[in-house]
Design a protein around this ligand. Structure first.
Ligand code: HEM
Length: 208
């Protein structure tokens, strides 16, 4: 007689994609902090860190998309499309799920504006910087969502993951406060143009 409990693959997928999206979101914030501080010294060039930061952000969104698709496909929770995007109307744990929905809405503007920044002209850098600050608050909300909604949240490995990620981010934030950002190359004005102010560096807006 087979006594094994059948766990739907969709449920496993929701959990695995959720933890992966959260891990990647943590890595995005960490890479942003590495970019903003001198923690890695001069060994790693800022463009390499910036590319990694962007790439991790896209990957986090891809796993978030998988998380959402599986919630619709799962035969037990069977979310509808509006339930994925409107906080408070989920068929299961509405408060805990709302935190994930809000975290998702906080993550989206920075990725959209980041892609069309050049087309926004003069204001592009300013708008991008604002969306970037908003994106920071996605991590605490996504983490609260993980802790409150996650089936695996209170397992040993998951608690270890949560503590390690939080410790790394706290360390990075402290470093951001105490370790100065790498100096941007100063443009020395030629004598004839000394009265013309230098254009702001494009890179000044890449991190919050
Ligand atoms: C930034 C966005 C999000 C992140 C990083 C994220 C991450 C996670 C994580 C880590 C878990 C716990 C997995 C486990 O250990 O069991 C989880 C569970 C869950 N998430 Fe999300 N999530 C996000 C957004 C959303 C959204 C928008 C929804 C639905 C509208 C949602 C619905 C759920 C549900 C229903 C569970 C419970 C699955 C279970 O039984 O464990 N999440 N999510």
């Amino acid at each position: 007689m087979n006594t094994a409990i059948e766990i739907p693959w969709t449920w496993l997928g929701i959990r695995a994609s959720g933890v992966t999206a959260w891990g990647l979101l943590t890595a995005v914030v960490l890479w942003g902090l590495l970019l903003r501080t001198r923690l890695l010294g001069t060994g790693v060039k800022p463009p390499v860190l910036l590319n990694m930061h962007r790439w991790l952000g896209s990957l986090a969104l891809a796993f978030l998309a998988i998380h959402l698709v599986l919630l619709v496909v799962d035969p037990v929770v069977a979310f509808t499309i509006p339930q994925l995007f409107i906080p408070g109307i989920a068929p299961w744990e509405p408060f805990a799920v709302s935190l994930g929905v809000i975290a998702m809405w906080l993550m989206l503007p920075v990725s959209v504006v980041g892609r069309i920044r050049q087309r926004l002209g003069k204001n592009g850098a300013k708008i991008f910087a604002k969306t970037h600050v908003i994106a920071y608050s996605a991590w605490p909300l996504a983490t609260a969502h993980y802790v409150l909604a996650g089936t695996d949240a209170m397992t040993e490995w998951s608690i270890g993951l949560l503590i390690t990620a939080s410790a790394l981010l706290i360390f990075g934030l402290i470093a951001r406060g105490f370790v100065p950002a790498p100096a941007r190359p100063q443009r020395v004005p030629a004598p004839a143009e000394s009265s013309v102010s230098a254009a702001p560096e494009a890179s000044s807006s890449i991190v919050g």
